[in-house]
Design a protein around this ligand. Structure first.
Ligand SMILES: Cc1ncc(COP(=O)(O)O)c(C=O)c1O
Length: 375
């Protein structure tokens, strides 16, 4: 009654979560294949996460960025190790803020080099967030409606189409930014050759390559970063969602030379990288690293089971899976919910599965049985 009407909420109220299951107020159990939109990577109320929260909250929650921050240092070191090139990290609280930081860093990097490069090429069907920079980067018109004028300086190209990238390129182009698997846009995967060619193009034109790993990152696709499947090395990567397994945190990782364009006072966040969020994310990173082979295995198993259903095209990698149907799938989400299965429909006709990474083959069989039942 007191909430703005900007969300279409499903008619259920959860009171408890455990692993891959959620429970409503009547005690009904639901198998959660969406994990809070790819956030609760280690499952609901993971005992390790609960323990870190309890310990850290009893010690210290937040000190601001006015002081030295060993929790950020610890997490940043782990992320840079996974990233694989010398880099530095900026912490914030969400995916859109991480992308906003990437857009700002791009502009400032070229400005400090006295080059008038500020435009960024992004892709149709992308989703980068809701703040003005990230929204303007998002090339889906329905998210723009009523919010114009948008931030100037974004040129949209088609995924897996190098010609359209070349057409979008201008003298002022500063970077290309993309998701290696578009999530919100319907689980659309980049081709390996396209990404290799894109990376070469960026090198040739001396522009930056930014990968938005807000949805694909932190183990979701079976490797720590989604870009690692394609043999490319981006200049910047953004993370959020699964990094905190339910505690809000976002991160921008940028190669050292680029990162140096954020000088003292040029960018910041009050809450960004507080002690609690960093401590939990550190635990998540350590835990996910050990789980990567099982994410791949379970993802392959899930995909093969979906294929057996023969009701649509199965797409994605690891535990970021789409099932593209002929018709709109919103109705299926409601039917599944009635049967205790939580799924999501994106882009109108794509069922999207982003289960907790701790899902087992038994859970997957359970989900497939419900899907069979409602088809
Ligand atoms: C690829 C991608 N980037 C950015 C965002 C925005 O993240 P947030 O909602 O945390 O701002 C999302 C959210 O769905 C996303 O999928």
């Amino acid at each position: 009654m007191y909430l703005m009407e900007n969300y279409s909420r499903l008619p259920v109220s959860f009171v408890k979560g455990e692993g891959v299951y959620l429970y409503d107020e009547k005690g009904n159990r639901y198998l959660d294949l969406i994990a809070g939109l790819g956030v609760v990577s280690l499952g609901h109320s993971h005992p390790g996460v609960v323990e870190v929260i309890n310990r850290q909250s009893a010690e210290l929650l937040h000190i601001s960025n006015l002081f030295l921050n060993p929790w950020q240092e610890e997490l940043a070191e782990k992320l840079v190790r996974e990233f694989g090139s010398p880099a530095k990290v900026f912490f914030c609280n969400s995916g859109t803020e991480a992308n906003e930081a990437a857009i700002k860093l791009t502009r400032r990097y070229w400005r400090l080099k006295n080059k008038s490069r500020y435009r960024i090429i992004t892709f149709w069907k992308s989703f980068h967030g809701r703040t003005y920079g990230s929204l303007s980067a998002t090339a889906q018109k329905e998210f723009h409606y009523g919010f114009e004028p948008l931030l100037e300086g974004f040129d949209y190209a088609y995924l897996n189409d190098m010609d359209s990238v070349k057409k979008a390129f201008r003298r002022e182009t500063a970077a290309v930014m993309l998701e290696v698997i578009q999530g919100e846009g319907g689980i659309n995967e980049c081709e390996k050759d396209f990404l290799k060619e894109l990376q070469n193009f960026c090198k040739e034109k001396e522009i930056l390559l930014i990968v938005d790993e807000v949805q694909t990152g932190v183990g979701r696709t079976g490797l720590f970063f989604g870009f690692q499947h394609y043999g490319i090395t981006p200049d910047m990567v953004t993370l959020a969602k699964g990094l905190g397994s339910g505690i809000p945190i976002g991160a921008l990782i940028a190669k050292e030379e680029i990162a140096s364009a954020f000088t003292v006072g040029s960018h910041g966040s009050t809450f960004g990288g507080n002690a609690l969020a960093c401590k939990v994310a550190s635990f998540v990173v350590d835990t996910v690293k050990d789980m990567l082979p099982s994410v791949k295995k379970r993802g392959d198993f899930f995909q093969s089971k979906l294929q057996e259903l023969r009701i649509g095209k199965v797409k994605g990698k690891g535990l970021m899976i789409g099932l593209e149907m002929e018709e709109n799938c919103k109705e299926m989400v409601l039917k599944a919910l009635e049967k205790g299965l939580i799924i999501n429909c994106t882009s109108g006709n794509v069922l999207r599965f982003l289960p907790p990474l701790v899902i087992t083959e038994n859970h997957i069989e359970e989900a497939i049985a419900v899907l069979k039942d409602i088809i």
